[in-house]
Ligand binder design. Structure first.
Ligand code: ADP
Length: 544
């Protein structure tokens, strides 16, 4: 028997419509590439999204067409998110840190019709223009006064909106229609496209807005450091208008000092980003011996948040919410917002819990399996391959039958490529990416565990543990350290002593090497692939 309730399609544009109507006081504050600060309300953004949709329709954009963006976090990028998906087209966010080769691949693979870009990326597009499809149109996200002289025929974003009506007849789309496209960075092989739908995006925004209320509420002023050009800024541009939180968009200035200043002048209450970003903010806080005065929460994800980093923020009364997810999951899967029953636990116990990746968000199911696909218990001890299922998780990859065929297991769950345990309270603990685990003498060593401990050494600014092939043990761990300074380098024995409190002797790194900086991927994570290539042929000392 069917229920007797109306079925309305879930549409992304309704989020902004709602935010504009119900939260007129909330605003989007943007550090513009033009150099100044810009402010607009959700009502203004909604009106401009209507104008933009008319402008894009004038360029021939129709439902299903892909419109690409190459832009920092800012109000025009936000307007594009809603105008493109609202009219039924697909917003394809491009990560500017991809290699030229990868960028050409995804623009061609996505069959983008229009590419909207920030001023910063003019030289990049000028250099690639010859190799891009001849019928691709370019819109420069600025006003007439800032349009550069260029051999490329750039259209002007503000001129596209000028004179257009704010009212747009947003179509009653099929809720399963594609709305967003984001390619994973593809450390090996070509990038693969996750194709979000209207429905998956709305649902993810709803789940997120109830999952992390310390960040997402009507009093909040959230600074997303996590970029809109990758994994939808972890869903913040969709969740914020729902709850009435203001968005403080940092543009291209993501160093510690710029972030600290923006947090201070704009009264930022919460900020979300990957660990490398927080290293910068932490250094700035230490240098100024102060914390941004209104900052109440940082959400850290994308790679494991080291415990030392979590403790640093918590000791300044800034709540840390450690989150885990991936592009293919819209992207948030789990979060470390502790339930009230656990908030009162002692500091050490809370820090240990917060070092894990948190508990699942509504709408996300988790399972761990052994090599044969058999389920393992959620007892905090069993470690296995992590699979996920839910309405915000990909069922395959855009126009890629081969990758699609390999994405799901026999039960229809998506394989994350991560190796994890889950405890009886539901806390997920990521041991490693399967490809980063170190296999020594038939046993596994978690690089994340070792890094976590080494990061607590006062002379370690950043570090990574990678596997080095070994004739006797298959692989052994090498610790690569960025020291705090040339004169203050840690000794391997000191780090070993710290590690021995937590791991077995045979798991200790055999050697340590110093580097000036760690290589990062296009998404701001430590690139272990590049590090392994750099230490290719490295001879481990014989430690028996
Ligand atoms: P890519 O970097 O290829 O674009 P994603 O940004 O989607 O991919 O990254 C997803 C992966 O990042 C996860 O599968 C996991 O390995 C890692 N990751 C994300 N959050 C965390 C976390 N909190 N702790 C450990 N690993 C994480």
């Amino acid at each position: 028997m069917q229920g007797m309730m109306m079925t309305m399609p879930m549409r992304i544009i309704e989020i902004l419509q709602y935010g504009a109507e119900l939260h007129p006081g909330a605003e989007i504050v943007s550090v513009r590439t033009e150099g100044d600060i810009h402010r607009e309300t959700y009502a203004e953004a909604y009106a401009r999204a209507g104008q933009l949709a008319h402008g894009l329709a004038g360029l021939g954009i129709a439902p299903g067409d892909r419109v690409a963006t190459l832009a920092w976090n800012g109000y025009r990028h936000f307007e594009l998110y809603y105008a493109i998906s609202g009219m039924g087209a697909v917003c394809h966010t491009i990560n500017p840190r991809l290699s030229a080769e990868q960028m050409l691949y995804i623009i061609t693979h996505a069959e983008d019709r229009v590419l909207c870009l920030d001023l910063t990326f003019v030289p990049l597009i000028e250099a690639l223009a010859d190799q891009l499809p001849a019928d691709l149109k370019f819109v420069l996200m600025t006003d007439r006064a800032h349009m550069p002289d260029s051999a490329v025929d750039f259209l002007c974003y503000e001129e596209l909106l000028d004179g257009q009506p704010a009212a747009y007849d947003w179509p009653m789309l099929d809720e399963t229609a594609a709305a967003g496209l984001c390619y994973t960075s593809g450390t090996t092989g070509n990038p693969k496209g996750a194709l979000f739908s209207q429905r998956s995006t709305v649902l993810h925004a709803l789940w997120l807005s109830i999952a992390i209320p310390k960040s997402l509420n009507a009093q909040a002023r959230i600074l997303p450091v996590v970029p809109m050009f990758h994994v939808n800024s972890w869903g913040l541009p969709y969740a914020a208008p729902l709850v009435g939180a203001s968005l403080i968009m940092p543009g291209s200035k993501l160093d510690g000092a710029s972030l600290f200043d923006l947090m201070e002048t704009e009264g930022v209450t919460a900020s979300w980003g990957v660990p490398t970003v927080w290293l910068g903010l932490r250094a700035e806080m230490e240098a100024r011996n102060a914390a941004p005065s209104k900052l109440k929460q940082v959400v850290i994800g994308g790679s494991a948040a080291p415990r030392a980093m979590i403790e640093f923020f918590e000791r300044q009364d800034i709540d840390v919410c450690h989150a885990w997810g991936m592009t293919e999951m819209s992207p948030v899967g789990t979060h470390g917002q502790l339930p009230p029953t656990m908030e009162g636990l002692d500091f050490d116990t809370r820090m240990a819990l917060k070092s894990k990746q948190g508990r699942r968000m509504f709408g996300v199911e988790l399972k761990i399996t052994d090599e044969d696909g058999a389920r393992l218990p959620h007892d905090g001890k069993a470690v296995g391959n992590l699979y996920v299922r839910g309405n915000g998780i990909v069922s395959g990859y855009f126009n890629n039958p081969e990758a699609t065929a390999a994405a799901l297991d026999a039960e229809g769950w998506f394989g994350t490529g991560d190796v994890a345990s889950i405890d009886a309270d539901g806390f997920l603990y990521i041991q490693d990416r399967a490809k980063d685990l170190i296999k020594s003498g038939g046993e596994w060593i978690s690089s994340i565990d070792l890094e976590n401990i080494a990061m607590a050494h006062p002379c370690v600014s950043n570090c990574a543990v990678i596997s080095i092939p070994h004739p006797k043990w298959d692989e052994r761990p090498l610790l690569v350290v960025v020291p705090k300074s040339e004169s203050e380098k840690p000794a391997l024995e000191e780090i070993h002593a710290m590690m021995l409190d937590h791991v077995a002797k045979w798991q200790l790194p055999d050697a340590m090497e110093f580097v000036d900086a760690l290589p990062l991927t296009a998404t701001g994570k430590v690139s272990k692939l590049t590090l392994r290539q750099r230490f290719d042929g490295y001879q481990m000392p014989d430690v028996g």
